[in-house]
Structures are given as structure tokens and as C-alpha cells.
Write a protein that binds this ligand. Structure first.
Ligand SMILES: Cc1cc2nc3c(=O)[nH]c(=O)nc-3n(C[C@H](O)[C@H](O)[C@H](O)COP(=O)(O)OP(=O)(O)OC[C@H]3O[C@@H](n4cnc5c(N)ncnc54)[C@H](O)[C@@H]3O)c2cc1C
Ligand code: SF4
Ligand code: SF4
Ligand code: FES
Length: 474
């Protein structure tokens, strides 16, 4: 084992060469704090804010480096508080305070460094361009829903072309890691915090607030006359909604071009279009841009069928934007599906071929039930443990904590009901009206089966969020 010996603020430190530590980590190990803004231990260092600047001296030569990404070297003398370093930090904080005068964290850091009133023109920004949000989304969540867009003084965080994000799953990781309030204000992504969830529930839903199932009034099982994925309830609700003039169009998911397993979101206005959407495609299908397109094309009364992440996105849009002003007369009915996870199309296809020798694109039906993945091809069922597909789960799903689409007007799934039935959770007046207009055979639900899955999914997300939280605590 090779040991690197260095000094930080006059204190000797020894670091195992193989561990590849940075100056920031070495300093921390001996109790020396260096201020940071764009650093998080679970993410690749970025060197954006430069607040962690320190002075190093090697063989008589001095230079300024950023401690968060500078590797320790043998014989290095580091000064974290030299007069020059203090001046650099003060200048950086003065600039940041001028950019974001209302930001609590910047105000605090500025105050600690004796910066009171910036000499520069004050702006009204929240984002300090530290890049933590883009990195957490890309490196940990794996979704890459946001990037740094534009150049120079126009630099900002956003979705490409500032369009609504089709990739954001609303997990909230970016908001969690953001040192300021910037991400919570972003209109093209949907970080949904516990506070947001509560506010959305208060505004759109009604009923008892259940810790596991969310706000609801009715929990039943139902079977319609349609041959759907489970009880065909989703399609029946959509058909009766259109027939009873509760909405004019529905945003649903079809198999692309009518064949294969690849799927796409489409706006339909008739029974044929709704029926063509029957059956679950276990994929994440971009829907937000389709919804925006439909609204811009003049559609106003739309039902959206989506997974919890899509439902969350729609609610965030309703919450953040004034849709009524943008699209007068807009009415969105949200039918949320239960969802534990979805899969990457290419991965699922390749794995299905490898496991069973059959082509996913030729599947009559796919099901995930009681821990089994079942694919039906030419009338024959092939099944295996769904865990065999773990590594082709869509990126982002491990950070998602909503199983029952808790922000929808009405949620539908299979867990909790016997085969051939759908579980239905009514969460609003809109959902109740839709269910009342629909014919189906009712049955009992086993609530504890749903609760088990809700808890299991939440536990998985909490475990992943802990990695982000740990970094914030340091
Ligand atoms: C990715 C995914 C994972 C799911 N995981 C679970 C689970 O773990 N446990 C559980 O109980 N239920 C799960 N469901 C829900 C379940 O598979 C059924 O969709 C639900 O029970 C409704 O059945 P149905 O017979 O009423 O639907 P149908 O009448 O057959 O209608 C199906 C509807 O689902 C929509 N749809 C199909 N695929 C997608 C998609 N990828 N994205 C958005 N909408 C889609 C269609 O537009 C259609 O309107 C999942 C659904 C999806 C899409
Ligand atoms: S909410 Fe999650 S998926 Fe969306 S931008 Fe933030 S980190 Fe990425
Ligand atoms: S688990 Fe389901 S709801 Fe959550 S991000 Fe994945 S597809 Fe969306
Ligand atoms: S924390 Fe090192 S450059 Fe930002």
C-alpha cells in the first residue's frame, strides 16, 4: 500500500494512494471544512462553482485549484484559508448574491464570509448553475430529463428547446439536491415533493386521506364486458366518458403502427381508437408533448390514461401553469394506472427472445402478475420470474415511489382483485361521475395486497433517495 503524505492548513494527512481521494475528502477526514456548492459525494465532481478553491504549493510553486476535483498528491501543502482564497470566495459569493439575492443558502454563505451588499447589479435568479440537478438526473436517476441549455450569460437549466419534458418522472431528486429553490420553479419538469403532493391532493381530490392509497372515496373491483388487460375497466370508462359527453378525446397508448410491441401515445376520439389501446405495454411512453400538442390543436376536454409518473406530470402542469388562461375551457380527466416498474423496449424484447425463444413484437399479450412475467404468443403462455428482467427496468423507475397513481381522478390496476377483474380507486368527483356512468360487475378488493406493493415500492425508492440524502448531510 502506497501512502501519500501531505499537509492541509499545517496539519499532516496520510492518504492511501489507491483510494484516489480529492483534497476536499482529505480535508474532511481531518475535520477541515471547505465550503462547496456544486459538490455531492455520490456524483462526479464538476468544478462549476469554484467556491471550494484552495491554494496548493508543490516544489515551491503555488497555484489555486478546486478542492472537490483535485486529487491529493504526495508532498502537497494545501492552504484552505489564505488571504487570496478568502478574497476569491468573497468575490464569488458577492457575484452569486447579486445573481440570486433572495436565495437563503447564498445569503447564509455570503453572510458567513462577511459579504453583505453586492456591488453588482441585482438580478432575480434562483439558479446558480451548479449543475447538481442535471448530474443527479443523469448519473443517479438515469433519465437525463434536464440539461444546461444556451451559452454564456443565457446559460440556464431546462429541457432541450424548453419544451415540456417527456422524460421526467417527477421523482424529485433534482429538487432534493438543488441548493436553492430554482428547481421547484422550473415549469418544464415536474419534481414532485411531499409538499407538492399534498397541495395537489387538496386542490383536485376529495375523500379520506389514507397513508398508503392516498386520498380516496371508493375502493372496488370491477369487470366490464370488454376483454382488456384485466377487467377492461379503463377502456370501458373511456368509452362511457365519450358516450356520456364527459370528455371529447382521450390520450391513450397504442402499439406503434398497429403492430410490434413498441408503443406511442395517441389522441383518440372514438370507440375504435379506445379499443385499439386495450392491453398493457410495460414500457414508459412519452405523453406530455402529445398532451401539449392536443391542447394547442384545440382539444379541450381530454381524458389522459397514464402511469403514476405521467399522472404526476399532468398534475404539476395544472398546478404550475394557468392552463385555463392558455387554453380556455380546458378539462383534464386523469385515469391513473398502478405501476411497479416499466421496461426498456429493446431490453425486454431481447430478454424475451433469450428466455423463451419468442418475439415480443408478436405477443398477443404481456402480463406481470404475482411476481411472474407472462408473454402470450400464438395463444401459448411463456412465463418466468420477473426478477430475471431486473436489468432492463426503465431508468428512473427505482426512484419512483407512487404505485397507485395517487394524484389521478381514478386509479386502476390489477393487484387486489381476482384474475379478470380490475381494482378501482375513486379519488375525485370527476372520477366518481365517470365510474357511475360505466356498466360493470362489481367484486371485493383485498386492500392489504395493494398496501404491500405500495410499501415495497416506497421502500425501494427510499433506499435510493438515501444515497442523495447522505450526500446532503455531509
Ligand atoms: C408500465 C405499466 C406497469 C403496470 N404495473 C402494474 C402493476 O405492477 N400492478 C398492477 O396491478 N397493475 C399494473 N399496471 C396496470 C395494469 O397492467 C392495467 O393497465 C390495469 O389493470 C388496467 O387494466 P384494464 O383491463 O382496465 O385496461 P384496458 O381496458 O386493457 O386498457 C388499458 C389502458 O392502458 C393504457 N396503457 C397501456 N400501456 C400503457 C403504457 N405503457 N403507458 C400508459 N398507458 C398505457 C392504454 O392506453 C389503455 O387505455 C401497469 C400498467 C403499466 C402501463
Ligand atoms: S424530477 Fe427526477 S427525472 Fe425529473 S428532472 Fe428532476 S431528477 Fe430528473
Ligand atoms: S415505476 Fe412506473 S410510474 Fe414510476 S417512473 Fe417507472 S413507469 Fe413511471
Ligand atoms: S464545490 Fe468544488 S467547484 Fe463547486
Amino acid at each position: 500500500m502506497r501512502v501519500l503524505k501531505l499537509e492541509i492548513d499545517g496539519k499532516a494527512v496520510e492518504v492511501e494512494a489507491e483510494k484516489g481521494k480529492t483534497i476536499l475528502e482529505a480535508a474532511k477526514s481531518i475535520g477541515i471544512d471547505i465550503p462547496t456548492l456544486c459538490y455531492h459525494p455520490a456524483l462526479e465532481p464538476f468544478g462549476a462553482c469554484r467556491l471550494c478553491s484552495v491554494e496548493i504549493e508543490k516544489r515551491g510553486r503555488k497555484k489555486i485549484v478546486t478542492a472537490c476535483n483535485y486529487p491529493v498528491e504526495d508532498g502537497l501543502a494545501v492552504n484552505t484559508k489564505s488571504p487570496e482564497i478568502i478574497e476569491i470566495r468573497k468575490m464569488l459569493l458577492e457575484l452569486l448574491l447579486a445573481r440570486c439575492p433572495e436565495e437563503g443558502k447564498i445569503q447564509r454563505l455570503a453572510h458567513e464570509h462577511g459579504v453583505v451588499k453586492p456591488r453588482f447589479k441585482l438580478e432575480d435568479e434562483r439558479c446558480i448553475l451548479c449543475g447538481l440537478c442535471t448530474r443527479v438526473c443523469e448519473e443517479l436517476v438515469g433519465v437525463s430529463a434536464i440539461n444546461v441549455i444556451n451559452r454564456g450569460v443565457e446559460r440556464a437549466i431546462g429541457t432541450p428547446y424548453m419544451e415540456l419534458s417527456d422524460d421526467c418522472i417527477g421523482c424529485g431528486s433534482c429538487a432534493l439536491v438543488c441548493p436553492t429553490e430554482a428547481i421547484k420553479r422550473e415549469k418544464n419538469i415536474y419534481p414532485t415533493t411531499a409538499e407538492d403532493t399534498r397541495a395537489i391532493e387538496d386542490r383536485f381530490l376529495e375523500g379520506e386521506r389514507d397513508a398508503e392509497l392516498g386520498v380516496y372515496t371508493d375502493l372496488i373491483a370491477g369487470k366490464s364486458s370488454l376483454d382488456g388487460q384485466d377487467g377492461g375497466i379503463v377502456s370501458s370508462l373511456l368509452i362511457s366518458g365519450i358516450k356520456n359527453n364527459l370528455f371529447d378525446a382521450a390520450l391513450v397508448v397504442h402499439r406503434k403502427d398497429g403492430y410490434g410491441y413498441k408503443a406511442e401515445a395517441v389522441v383518440v376520439e372514438d370507440v375504435a381508437g379506445i379499443r385499439r389501446a386495450q392491453g398493457t405495454k410495460y414500457l414508459r411512453v412519452p405523453m406530455m408533448s402529445k398532451l401539449e400538442e392536443a391542447l394547442k390543436a384545440g382539444k379541450r376536454r381530454i381524458a389522459v390514461v397514464g402511469t403514476p409518473c405521467e399522472v404526476r406530470a399532468v398534475r404539476k402542469i395544472q398546478q404550475q401553469r394557468d392552463l385555463e388562461r392558455e387554453f380556455p375551457g380546458v378539462e383534464i380527466t386523469l385515469l391513473g394506472l398502478f405501476c411497479f416498474e416499466s421496461f426498456d423496449y429493446e431490453g425486454l424484447k431481447e430478454r424475451t427472445k433469450r428466455e423463451f425463444g419468442v418475439d415480443l413484437d408478436k405477443a398477443d399479450k404481456t402480463q406481470i402478475t404475482k411476481g411472474k412475467y407472462i408473454v402470450t404468443v400464438d395463444g401459448e403462455d411463456y412465463s418466468c420470474d420477473v426478477r430475471a428482467f431486473e436489468d432492463v427496468v426503465s431508468e428512473g423507475c427505482p426512484y419512483c415511489d407512487d404505485f397507485v397513481s395517487r394524484l389521478a381522478d381514478i386509479s386502476i390496476g390489477s393487484v387486489g382483485s381476482t384474475d379478470g377483474y380490475s381494482t378501482v380507486i375513486v379519488r375525485s368527483e370527476v372520477g366518481k361521475k365517470l365510474l357511475d356512468a360505466t356498466e360493470f360487475v362489481q367484486a371485493e378488493v383485498t386492500k392489504k395486497e395493494i398496501v404491500k406493493l405500495v410499501r415495497f415500492k416506497k421502500k425501494r425508492a427510499d433506499k435510493n433517495f438515501a444515497v442523495i440524502m447522505d450526500g446532503l448531510a455531509t
